[in-house]
Ligand binder design. Structure first.
Ligand code: NAD
Length: 360
């Protein structure tokens, strides 16, 4: 099959890590008889330098006409880069927010997986880690508290601020369906996280999730209060498969989950809409401190490309091949600087990409 991929290399380490992900995709194409047709799209600082704005209408159109978007990262040093002297709506990050909105990307997926080989980087005790964990945090991205009405007023000389948290049933249903679909491709368990003992929006969330669950009899559904979930993540992370939750809870829990894996350079992510379309990018930023040195870890971007194959193209076998290749390279002891430990073989960005591509 032929797949059209819009590629946003972006800024900082972006071009270096995306180059390696493309190398691995090309190895997949060769082995499995596919072709990936790439279109380079400018966004962030790279677009500001050429067009004066972080995202043009042409760039959005190019992404819309692709089957999926593969992205590196955008932005620069927020203290020293001239991009941050611009008004907020013209800065690099404004491009990403606009793109997410234009593509209606309402579901954010962040896997948190602990590789046995990288156990040393996990801040949890060995008895808690056990044989490791592999979960997927599914966070609603376009509703809830961050998008609700807000205002600050002064009443009788006292300042008062309001933020509102609203969800309608359609917003909940579409993300819940996505969550159950993903669980069907995994261990078939969904933990829906809410605060239903206090919040009306959470009670509606729970009801709608239960309605959706009826269409997925093979999936086990459990509900968990968000405060308990925050504890369980560090007490027994292996219990989770898919964590399904609203925007703010997901924001906080996904960062907690990524911390317990120990390395930002290993964490993939995806943002999906209600079609097969998605935007795939590493969880980390553009790492301006190490940009251009060929030392960044490309694995998060390579694993994001694997997610693209699995979720946008339904190429599960090919996605498995990439994930296994990453696992093999780690087992063989190859490490980039950020995950280096004693006795391992240190490699640069380019070499890590080669090693993974060779093992696909
Ligand atoms: P960062 O994630 O870029 O860097 C934090 C630390 O992690 C740095 O020490 C960096 O060297 C390291 N790191 C990150 N990715 C790595 C990798 N692949 N390999 C090895 N080390 C890696 O966060 P920051 O410094 O807070 O932000 C830098 C810029 O990135 C800012 O402009 C920020 O706005 C932007 N940013 C962009 C995105 C995105 O594109 N989605 C996300 C987060 C931050």
């Amino acid at each position: 099959m032929n797949y059209k991929v819009a590629v946003i290399s972006g800024d900082g380490i972006g071009p270096e890590i995306v180059r390696e992900a493309r190398k691995v995709l090309d190895a997949v194409a060769k082995k499995y008889g596919h072709s990936f047709q790439y279109t380079d799209v400018l966004m962030g600082g790279a677009s500001i330098d050429v067009h004066g704005i972080p995202l043009t209408d042409e760039a959005i159109a190019a992404c819309k006409s692709a089957d999926a978007v593969l992205m590196g990262s955008i932005g620069g040093n927020t203290t020293t880069s001239p991009w941050y002297k611009l008004p907020p709506e013209k800065r690099p990050e404004a491009g990403l927010l606009k793109l997410r909105k234009s593509l209606n990307l309402f579901a954010n997926l962040r896997p948190a997986l602990l590789y046995n080989e990288l156990k040393g980087a996990c801040p949890l005790k060995d008895e808690v880690i056990g044989s490791g964990f592999d979960m997927m945090i599914m966070r609603e991205l376009t509703g809830g508290l961050y998008f609700g009405e807000r205002k600050t007023v002064e009443e009788n000389g006292v300042r008062k601020a309001y933020d509102s948290l609203t969800y309608d049933e359609n917003e909940i249903r579409r993300i819940a369906k996505r969550g159950f679909d993903i669980a069907m491709k995994r261990k078939k368990k969904v933990t829906s996280v809410d605060k239903a003992n206090v919040l009306d929006s959470s009670r509606l969330w729970r009801k709608v999730v239960e309605e959706v669950a009826k269409d997925y009899p093979e999936v086990t559904l459990e509900h968990m209060l968000v405060d308990n979930c925050a504890m369980q993540l560090v007490k027994d992370p292996a219990q989770f498969d898919v964590i399904l939750t609203e925007n703010m809870f997901g924001d906080i829990l996904s960062d907690e989950a990524s911390m317990i894996t120990g390395s930002i350079g290993m964490l993939a992510s995806a943002s999906l809409n209600d079609t097969k379309f998605g935007l795939y990018e590493p969880s980390g930023g553009s790492a301006p401190d190490i940009a251009g040195q060929n030392i960044a870890n490309p694995i998060a971007t390579i694993l994001s490309a694997a997610m693209m194959l699995r979720f946008s193209f339904d190429l599960d076998k090919e996605a498995d091949a990439i994930e296994k290749a990453v696992q093999q390279v780690l087992t063989e002891g190859y490490r980039t600087g950020d995950i280096m430990s004693e006795g391992c073989k240190k490699v640069n960005t380019n070499e890590m990409g080669d090693l993974i591509a060779e093992r696909v």
